[in-house]
Design a protein around this ligand. Structure first.
Ligand code: DQA
Length: 143
């Protein structure tokens, strides 16, 4: 069983991007954290990041075709991309929507997600540590 961790725009810049909001963990650190958690749990975890919406849509199609659980941090697309939502709606395995920051404490435009009602559950505001939590839950429930 494989779990895909899919990160959207600007998340490749973690570590240097607004560290007061997103913390000091880089995307490379996040990859190690997730793959290390996967090894511990005995599941194959693959982490990807893109700044291109169509690429994320393609990865979600791949997950839908494979019946693969997904941890999705769609970044800004969370708030307006119907294309990402429509792709996420095709998943049959559980989907966790994740945000590093507590979007509800931030600007009004971050309070609405077009993904939440097609997600199985959400992890919001727990920093990079949210990713291993999501993976543990998925490994327990979905594998
Ligand atoms: C984010 C929150 C989004 O509002 C923002 O556009 C991001 C990151 C988060 O992880 O906190 O890029 O998804």
């Amino acid at each position: 069983m494989r779990i895909l961790v899919l990160n959207g725009p600007n998340l490749g810049r973690l570590g240097t991007r607004e560290p007061a909001v997103y913390g000091a963990t880089t995307h490379a650190d996040l990859v190690s954290l997730c793959t290390g958690t996967g090894e511990e749990l005995g599941v194959d975890v693959e982490v990807r990041q893109t700044d291109h919406e169509g690429e994320l849509v393609g990865w979600l199609h791949e997950a839908a075709d494979e019946g693969c659980p997904v941890v999705l941090n769609a970044g800004a697309w969370t708030h307006y991309s119907i294309a990402v939502r429509d792709a996420a709606a095709q998943l049959s395995a559980p989907l966790i929507e994740l945000h590093i920051s507590n979007v509800h404490k931030r600007e009004q435009f971050r309070h609405h997600s077009v993904l939440s009602d097609v997600a199985t559950g959400l992890i919001v505001g727990l920093g990079a540590e949210g990713y291993p939590l999501a993976l543990r839950w998925l490994a327990d429930k979905a594998t």
